[in-house]
Write a protein that binds this ligand. Sequence first.
Ligand SMILES: [Zn+2]
Length: 508
Amino acid sequence: MSILIEGATIVAMDPEHGSEPFRGDILIEGERIAAVGESDARPEADRVIPGEGKLVIPGLINAHIHTPEAFAKGRYDNMPLELWMTLAYGILGAPELTPRMIYLRSALCAMDAIKTGVTYFSDDILEFPLQSMETIGAVFQAYEDVGLRASISGHVINRRLPDSIVHLNDLLPGDLKREVDAMEPPTADDFAAFCEEAHALYDGRAGRLRFMPAPSGPQRCTEPLMRAADEFARANGLPFHTHILESKVQAVTGHALYGKTLVRYMHDLGLLNRNTTIAHGVWLTDEDIALLGEARCSVVHNALSNLKLGSGLCPVRRLLDAGVNLALGSDGLSTSDTPRMFSVMQCAGLMHNVTSPDNAYWLEAGEVLHAATLGGAYSVLLEDEIGSLEPGKRADMAILDMRTANFTPLNDVRNHLVYCENGSSVETVIVNGEIMVDGGRLTRVDEEALMDELRDMMPQIRADQERLEAMNRPFIPPLAEVWRRCAETDIGINRWGSDNQPRWPTNR
Ligand SMILES: [Zn+2]
């Protein structure tokens, strides 16, 4: 199949133009881009898309998302990470989900995202108590069907909760502690075996889906497990995806567990390398930032989630200055309430303007677009394959109508993309040379039927959520006390706005 997009405005993110728009044609042959630019000759193509009034951009890369939270979209408000996790994921008990529910959950996110120009998910999948080949297979099947490109993780936690959160061993009432202590976490060998099996079974599916090892974080996983995941990632050319320093609780915990920052701990174990992607990186010290830059690591900035959970402000300018690769993610569907990258880009482009009166410190629209395309591609080790519109790369792109209100009147295209567009101008989305969204409609699945099926299951899913929340609510008071103590602990850095020093107790 060949596709010719004729006479469009293009933001290619290629080395020659960067985010600077230009006019031209794009020829796609099979799965790849054959040509980009002005051409007098009109090549033969199976499908010609007139480009007048259209804008073509590389497919947007959501470099950190947890689609398992999709059933809890819009469910919580004003809860910090540790408290929110207790209700959204639970500590005790496990949700009763069938593979079909997991399929629908993944498809819901993929359909929403792809219709708004997202072509890639780095999807970190956490199932309780453990993932199986069947449950992770349901996610692969959903993205194969909807048409996304993706990395899909085996996520793992193998430390008991009170051993991964500072103060909690002292604060948990005896009955809760006994219940948590009775849970048997997986071993490093268990996780390595899971990775081997899932990789052999699913990696490479549909020519666009890959497996990814994702140990939850260096305070939630043992050293042997972190090492095993890193070895597996490097041996198979896969991203090593983890969470570091999302919350101040994690920063205080790192010092308590290891006597150093969690980034320093990773560095000393040899776990910071080009394959390493760190989600969040909010509570980083200057030394942490230098170590990440030297190792050519990626940090995924989750702007919406960091605001929603009150996690803090990621020092993005300092990361860029240190040579760290910056990508953007939505984070889970319950902490940003959306998988859409236009929402994430707008937030990331604005939130840092309050971190310094020095406007040279703020992110520009072109930098935001880079993070949402090439930055994401580097993070998933695919910068030679996706992230920009260049001959030889995979044909992953979105075509937007510039006659919408979002682009009228038209000034600087980059600013419109980051600050005006919300995804509703996206008409056509191509992934791996195949049209997955055509005229705003999904071409491979029946969106209405899948959403109806999901809605029909929601009473059962909601009853299950309420059962788990009731079981886990007793953990909230001790975790709130952990949050309060950590907020008041001086660790030499502050990633909350300087006008927002904690005041206790709140009067509501
Ligand atoms: Zn996350």
